[in-house]
Design a protein around this ligand. Structure first.
Ligand code: DON
Length: 308
C-alpha cells in the first residue's frame, strides 16, 4: 500500500478504533511531573521512506516526554561508535521483569538483560559518555537532525522530577558499579540519563526520527548511521525487549519492532516502509500506552504490514 488515499483512509480507520478508548489507562505518576499531562490527548503519525507524512489527532505541535523511547537512539549511537563492544556489558534477552527491577540484575552479576530496560540503558549512556563526552548532547544532535527539528530539548521540570525520585535508578547504577560494570561516576551517568529521558517530541517529529531505522540505518542526509546489519539488530532488540514484559503480546498484536516509554509514546518501525509514532498518556498495567497500542494494532492490521 503506497497511495496517499490508502494511508489517509487507514488513519481514519485507526481513529475510529481508538476514539472511544481515549482517556483510558493511568498516566505515570512515579515521576510526579509526568502526571501533569492531559490524559485525553492522542496523536498518531506515519513517516514513509518515500518522504510522505500522515497524521491524526495531536500529532503535530504537541510534544510529549520521550522517556524510554530514547533508549533506541542511544543504543544506535553506541553501536555506530563502538561497534559490538557494548554487548560485553549488556545482554540481548527479554527480561520478563519490570524495567526497573533490581533482583535479576543482582542474580546475573550486574549485567543487565537488555538495553531497553533501565539498567541496560544506563550502561549504554555510560558508554555513550565515554564515546562522546556528552551523551545527552549527542542524542539531541541525532534527534534534531533526523526529526528535522532543531529545537528539541529536555523538559527541565521532568528531568528534575526524575532526579528527585530516581532512587531506584540510582540503586541499579550503584549495583552495577559494585560489579565493575558501570565505569563513570553514578551521578554523572544519571544526570545524562534523566535528561535524555526528559526530551520532548511530537508524534510527527518522532516518526521522522525513526526513519533512520526504517531506511536500514541511513540518515536523513544520506549518510549511514548504522550498517544494514546493525539496524536490523537494533530492530530485533526492539521487537523482543522494547515493550517491557509485554513484548510477546506486542509481537502477537502489532507484529513490528516497537519501543514504548512511560510518557505514553510508542515508536514502531516497519522496515523498508515507514516509521510510526503513537501517543496517548494513559498506560496499561505493564506500562504501555493503551491507545497507542490499540492504534498500532489497528494500523498494522489495516495496512497489512506486520513483519510476520
Ligand atoms: O527511568 C525511568 O524510570 C524513566 N525515565 C523511563 C522509564 C520508561 O519509560 C520505561 N523504561 N524502559
Amino acid at each position: 500500500m503506497k497511495d496517499r488515499d490508502d494511508y489517509t483512509g487507514a488513519l481514519a480507520a485507526v481513529m475510529r478504533t481508538v476514539r472511544s478508548h481515549i482517556g483510558e489507562g493511568r498516566v505515570a505518576d512515579y515521576i510526579p511531573e509526568l502526571a501533569c499531562v492531559d490524559p485525553d490527548e492522542f496523536g498518531f503519525a506515519v513517516a514513509t521512506v518515500d518522504g510522505d507524512l500522515y497524521g491524526i489527532g495531536d500529532h503535530v505541535g504537541t510534544r510529549f516526554s520521550m522517556q524510554s523511547i530514547t533508549k533506541v537512539f542511544t543504543l544506535a549511537l553506541v553501536m555506530s561508535r563502538s561497534g559490538d563492544s557494548v554487548w560485553k556489558r549488556v545482554h540481548r534477552e527479554p527480561s520478563g521483569t519490570s524495567f526497573n527491577s533490581l533482583y535479576q540484575l543482582e542474580f546475573e552479576g550486574g549485567v543487565p538483560r537488555n538495553p531497553m530496560i533501565n539498567p541496560g540503558a544506563l550502561i549504554v549512556t555510560d558508554q555513550l559518555l565515554a564515546d562522546t563526552g556528552n551523551a545527552v548532547g549527542a542524542l539531541r544532535e541525532l534527534l534534531c537532525a533526523e526529526a528535522g527539528a532543531p529545537d528539541l530539548y529536555e523538559d527541565a521540570l521532568v528531568a528534575q522530577s526524575e532526579e528527585e525520585h530516581g532512587d531506584r535508578n540510582r540503586a541499579l547504577a550503584h549495583l552495577m558499579t559494585s560489579f565493575g560494570n558501570m565505569h563513570r561516576p553514578v551521578a554523572e551517568v544519571l544526570d545524562h540519563y534523566f535528561r535524555q529521558c526528559a526530551i520532548t517530541i511530537s508524534c510527527e517529529e518522532l516518526a521522522r526520527a525513526g526513519l533512520v531505522l526504517a531506511r536500514h540505518g541511513r540518515r536523513a542526509d544520506g549518510s549511514q548511521l548504522l550498517s544494514r546489519l546493525d539496524a536490523r539488530r537494533v530492530m530485533a532488540v526492539m521487537l523482543t525487549c522494547g515493550t517491557y514484559d509485554a513484548a510477546g503480546e506486542f509481537a502477537y498484536r502489532v507484529g513490528v519492532p516497537c519501543k514504548s516509554g512511560v510518557g505514553g509514546g510508542i515508536l514502531a518501525i516497519v522496515p523498508g516502509r515507514c516509521s510510526v509514532a503513537a501517543w496517548g498518556p494513559g498506560l496499561d498495567a505493564k506500562g504501555n500506552s493503551v491507545t497507542a497500542a490499540l492504534a498500532l494494532e489497528a494500523f498494522t492490521d489495516i495496512t497489512n504490514c506486520s513483519i510476520f
